[in-house]
Design a protein around this ligand. Structure first.
Ligand code: GLU
Length: 317
């Protein structure tokens, strides 16, 4: 175990049950789990199922099966976001009272995108601020008309010290500007729910895929607006296929459920993932717990991992 001045971290695994977990998730979750466990910390499991249009019921249980297959465990949870509406509503009420959010009646397409964690292809154009003159109380006049709550983004860069990427600085006004945190008909967005959950669950360390980097400055603004201290963030460089394209759930061949059904040995996969993180140069079939003492965030390559199953899927011996 590494010597540490600070209290043991509380980390979390936060899968969205919108399709099967794939190799990119496996690598990020292994790193998130080790980042917590290596300092004697705890791991929370949270199912992020607020995007009703994309969530598939069977994917909730499948995510747990995938994690267990990998050998990853958790100390608390699973918490399920769709059961936690009341805590998101409380935070929303506080933001309304402070006039940090305003009701926006702009396009439906804009608003609908907000329930999912925004991966790069979902990032929309900058919100032009057409509804920014409104006060929170103006929403009362809308009746049943659909509208979104937008967070007022203060101009200027937001910086954080990323566990894997180093110091990062991004200006949320250049990342879409005022962003949606809830919709009156559909409830809270990813951005609000993830901040409220991480804060109330005592998460001190958020380790997730680098595709969520653009969300981090927005979430830091939400932490500040709600009077909470942001966790330490760490964004894991993405996994790409041999063709250099980002892995996506649509690429069925790299889904963990497919690998499991094909009889792939999860210990070989863990060995390959550990090697891809720079903790060893050989492929040693292993369990996640075997890496607790050898976990080293500094050896994680900053570039995407070119994942080639042929290199590790089959034991050549
Ligand atoms: N549930 C999100 C996803 O699967 C991850 C959110 C997060 O780690 O902040 O994309």
């Amino acid at each position: 175990m590494k010597p540490s001045q600070s209290p043991p971290a509380v980390g979390r695994l936060a899968p969205s049950p919108t399709g099967g977990l794939h190799l990119g998730h496996a690598r990020t979750f292994l790193i998130a789990w080790l980042a917590a466990r290596s300092g004697g910390g705890r791991v929370i499991l949270r199912i992020e199922d607020l995007d009703a249009a994309r969530v598939r019921d069977e994917a909730r249980d499948a995510a747990l099966v995938d994690l267990r297959w990998l050998g990853l465990d958790w100390d608390e949870g699973p918490y399920v976001q769709s059961d936690r509406r009341a805590v998101y509503d409380d935070a929303l009420d506080r933001l309304k009272a402070a006039e940090r959010i305003y009701p926006c009646t702009c396009t439906r397409a804009d608003i609908e995108r907000a329930a999912s964690a925004p991966h790069p292809e979902d990032e929309g154009p900058t919100y032009p601020g057409a509804c920014a003159h409104r006060l929170a109380a103006d929403a009362r006049a809308f009746g049943d008309r659909p509208f979104a709550w937008r967070f007022r983004v203060e101009p200027g860069p937001v910086a954080w010290d990323d566990q894997f990427l180093g110091r990062r600085e991004l200006d949320p006004t250049r990342l879409g500007g005022d962003f949606v945190i809830a919709r009156n008909t559909l409830g809270p967005s990813y951005q609000l729910a993830v901040v409220v959950d991480d804060a109330l669950m005592g998460v001190s360390q958020v380790v997730r895929g680098a595709d969520l980097v653009p969300s981090t400055p927005r979430q830091i603004l939400l932490y500040r607006a709600l009077g909470w201290t942001p966790p330490r963030f760490g964004h894991v460089p993405l996994v790409v296929g041999p063709d250099g394209r980002r892995l996506a759930k649509r690429d069925g061949s790299i889904k963990l459920s497919t690998l499991r059904e094909q009889g792939v040995d999860p210990q070989r996969l863990i060995g390959a993932l550990a090697r891809s993180c720079g903790w060893t140069s050989t492929l040693t079939p292993s369990y996640p717990a075997d890496w607790i003492n050898r976990y080293d965030p500094d050896s994680l390559p900053g570039d995407p991992w070119f994942m080639n199953p042929a290199e590790w899927l089959v034991d050549p011996s």
